[in-house]
Design a protein around this ligand. Sequence first.
Ligand code: SF4
Ligand code: SF4
Length: 109
Amino acid sequence: MEIEHPVQHKKEKAMDTGNWRNHYPVVDESKCIACGNCVKYCPEACIFLDDSEKAEASKSGKVAKIDLEFCKGCGVCAQVCPVNAISMRTEEGGNNNETKSKKDKEKTN
Ligand code: SF4
Ligand code: SF4
């Protein structure tokens, strides 16, 4: 099931909204049923359903993936997930432009 978000995600966005957040979402891929709610409601259009090989282990063959470069940590995705597959974690050290979540750090290592 492909869900088209009304806001097209632009990599060339003017603002790196990932720098705004105090919290970041983590998806439990074993719980995700790929319903697409989080994709539809994310105000930053930074969630997509991944159907790559890595997602095959999930129940539906797809899992929600979040682009933390643009996630502003609003928590809407966690609120609308019907199976509580998304949990919000606190950013280390609070919010400032130098703060990176563990996932961001992993991405850059
Ligand atoms: S926390 Fe907000 S901005 Fe980040 S992925 Fe969830 S809905 Fe989108
Ligand atoms: S709302 Fe929950 S179950 Fe639905 S795609 Fe997002 S993480 Fe998966």
